[in-house]
Design a protein around this ligand. Structure first.
Ligand code: GTR
Length: 329
């Protein structure tokens, strides 16, 4: 599987290299590779596909998107790298791994930094959300941040019921690749293990990890609930926005008008994905329950308190920004 992905990524690279001079020479007929770890039908994939259709219509077919869902071009970390060099042109990624290349975004990657989904959305839609997109674009990462998407709330799923930090003792829990998340899980009482999304199913099946954490649609579509990790404890410890980026290599080839159009349509995609997201959470929660997943409602205060040192450690550099985030109603 890994080898196949690497081959596909290499092929994507080769294709791009072959078409690069053409793109530079003429602005017409650009086919932009858009990638996502999620499968066809997932809200982020659908929103980007629909954006591609609008782009194609608005440019009379000059600019098209070609969607590569389901991690066919690699894991998220690899796809970020591919986007940085221009082999992938459009990428929807969690902000989690982006924090390792643009550390400024880690303020949104901290546990319990948003009160709830409404608070997160208000922050993303307001000046702070725009500032953060600008920071990504202005960084040395060679990514142009086009907009946000919703990733809801991440909660814990394990093979035995967890209700408190003490219940997590000794449990290995997969976290996304960013030291901040490993520290978060360790503070919550478990042992954080960093691993790519594509490796988690087998790791759960073979007891390399005892659990993981994610939102309801990802928990369902990844099939992780089918590995015995069927206790979903509503810790809601992370609310990580999803980021939609374009490779700077590609961005620089677009005319000013096309750049403006791209931003406008990305904003529309952001709003469309949000509506799709809310439906998807409801639908997948129902499917998980029907499949026998036990949703464990808890008072998550002990987890909030246990992770205070993580916010202190990573948040010190964002003290002013964190105050502004908290003040958003
Ligand atoms: C999902 C997110 C993905 C990926 C995944 C993970 O919620 O949409 O981009 O980051 O989580 O846990 O790796």
């Amino acid at each position: 599987m890994k080898i196949r992905r690497q081959m596909l990524a290499a092929a994507a690279c080769g294709l791009f290299a072959a078409s690069a001079p053409m793109l530079a020479a003429a602005q017409d007929n650009m086919t932009l590779k858009a990638a996502d770890v999620h499968p066809a039908g997932y809200p982020t994939v659908v929103a980007v596909e629909n954006m591609g259709k609008k782009m194609q219509a608005a440019t009379q077919g000059r600019i098209k998107f070609q969607m590569f869902p389901g991690s066919v071009l690699g894991g998220e970390k690899e796809m970020i790298e591919q986007t940085q060099i221009g082999a992938i042109q459009l990428l929807r990624t969690s902000l989690g791994p982006v924090g390792t290349v643009v550390p400024e975004v880690n303020v949104f990657n901290m546990p319990f930094v948003f009160r709830d989904v409404a608070h997160m959305r208000a922050v993303l839609d307001g000046p702070i959300g725009q500032e953060m997109l600008d920071k990504v674009s202005a960084s040395s990462a060679r990514l142009v941040a086009l907009g946000w998407m919703d990733g809801g709330t991440r909660s814990l799923y394990t093979k035995k019921p967890v209700r408190s930090p003490a219940d997590l003792k000794g449990l290995k829990v997969r976290m996304m690749g960013n030291p901040l998340f490993v520290d978060t899980m360790n503070a919550m009482g478990g042992n954080g293990i960093s691993m790519g999304y594509g490796e988690v199913f087998t790791a759960l099946q073979t007891n390399v990890v005892d659990g993981a954490e994610n939102n309801e649609p990802s928990y369902f579509t990844s099939n992780h609930y089918n590995t015995g990790a069927k206790y979903y404890t509503q810790t809601r410890h992370l609310m990580i926005p999803e980021l939609f980026v374009m490779s700077k290599v590609t961005w620089d080839k677009l005319s000013k008008d096309d750049q403006a159009l791209m931003k406008k349509l990305a904003r529309e995609a952001q709003m469309e994905q949000r509506a799709l997201w809310d439906k998807s959470v409801a639908e997948h929660t129902a499917k998980l329950k029907a499949a026998g997943v036990e949703f464990i409602e808890i008072d998550n205060k002990p987890f909030v308190e246990a992770t205070a040192p993580v916010r202190a450690k990573y948040g010190a550099q964002f003290a002013d920004l964190m105050k502004r985030i908290e003040a958003v109603r």
